[in-house]
Design a protein around this ligand. Structure first.
Ligand code: PHE
Ligand code: CO
Length: 296
């Protein structure tokens, strides 16, 4: 019998936080989840579902329903794969922790989404530095049911393999795109701004902060601008980028990025919190309304 999968986490050393990478693909050891693991899933699930009403995008909430995600028990990847395979051809694969970049890109390019098999400990309920099953499943998997977003993720994987072969700088540019869309993206819906980024939907604090706090900038999607913008991994984002639709994301990212990477190599990066004259900034109006400068 194959050995039990490991739980691979970062290490705290005298040099601080050190991420640890692993390439293994593992079967979800569902029978090994403890009552405490299921309870952690339940707590997080109920709390986020409540917070996300009226905050997460329609597509995200509807798709969670389609999976029949429920609070009581940690889902079985097998059950989710049956739904997902039929809808968009994606499959979840279990992993032990963070993957090296190229391994990650290769999975995405082949419509395999890596999901961490283990869930955070109770003392990590409110914050965990790395992706765990709650972030991966609750946050990422719902949008894989959307055909346009599903294509975007696979295209990103192919683009990652390509950028990896170009230069480390190209990879930095591409990673920023993932960060500001897949992980921390906002979308404009008819009745206001909504969340679709996985890093936001799996975080209680940031789900509220990104929409309600006056502190962060909310800027209209702009591919080159995003690829130049630095980001923080240890605090709430200082800037969120807002798409109009997943089609917009797909259309903007369809062209070959190679010439873009060359152009970007000549340009300075933009600090996470900066606003440029050319940005379309969203402002909260009275009531639920949002308006964007440059709109008539
Ligand atoms: N068009 C990009 C390229 O040529 C690939 C890509 C698509 C990257 C979608 C990200 C998202 O590299
Ligand atoms: Co993620």
């Amino acid at each position: 019998m194959a050995s039990e999968p490991r739980r691979v986490e970062h290490q705290q050393t005298d040099k601080g936080y050190v991420p640890v990478y692993t390439t293994a693909v593992v079967d979800q050891p569902w029978d090994t989840y403890t009552a405490e693991d299921h309870a952690t899933w339940a707590t997080l699930f109920k709390r986020q579902r409540e917070i996300l009403k009226g905050r997460a995008s329609r597509e995200f909430l509807d798709n969670q329903e389609r999976f029949g995600l429920a609070p009581e028990l940690i889902p079985r990847f097998e059950d989710l794969n049956a739904v997902l395979g039929k809808a968009t051809g994606w499959q979840l694969v279990g992993v032990e922790g963070l993957l090296p970049e190229l391994t990650f890109f290769d999975h995405l390019a082949n419509r395999r989404f890596p999901v961490t098999w283990w869930i955070r400990r109770p003392d990590q309920i409110d914050y965990i530095a790395e992706p765990d099953m709650f972030h991966d499943l609750f946050g990422h998997v719902p949008l894989l049911l959307n055909p346009v977003f599903a294509d975007y993720m696979a295209a990103y994987g192919r683009g990652g393999v390509k950028a990896h072969g170009i230069s480390p700088e190209a990879l930095v540019n591409l990673t920023r795109l993932y960060w500001y869309t897949v992980e921390f993206g906002l979308i404009r819906e008819d009745d206001g701004l909504r969340i679709y980024g996985s890093g936001i939907v799996s975080s209680k604090g940031e789900s509220i902060h990104c929409l309600e706090s006056p502190a962060p900038n909310r800027i209209g999607f702009d591919l080159e601008r995003i690829m130049r913008t630095r980001y923080r991994i240890d605090t709430y984002q200082k800037t969120y980028f807002v798409i109009d639709s997943f089609e917009q994301l797909m259309d903007a990212t369809r062209p070959d990025f190679a010439p873009l990477y060359e152009r970007l190599a000549e340009q300075a990066s933009i600090p996470a919190g900066e606003v440029l004259d050319t940005d379309h900034v969203y402002q909260r109006g009275t009531g639920e309304g949002w308006s964007r400068d440059g709109d008539v």
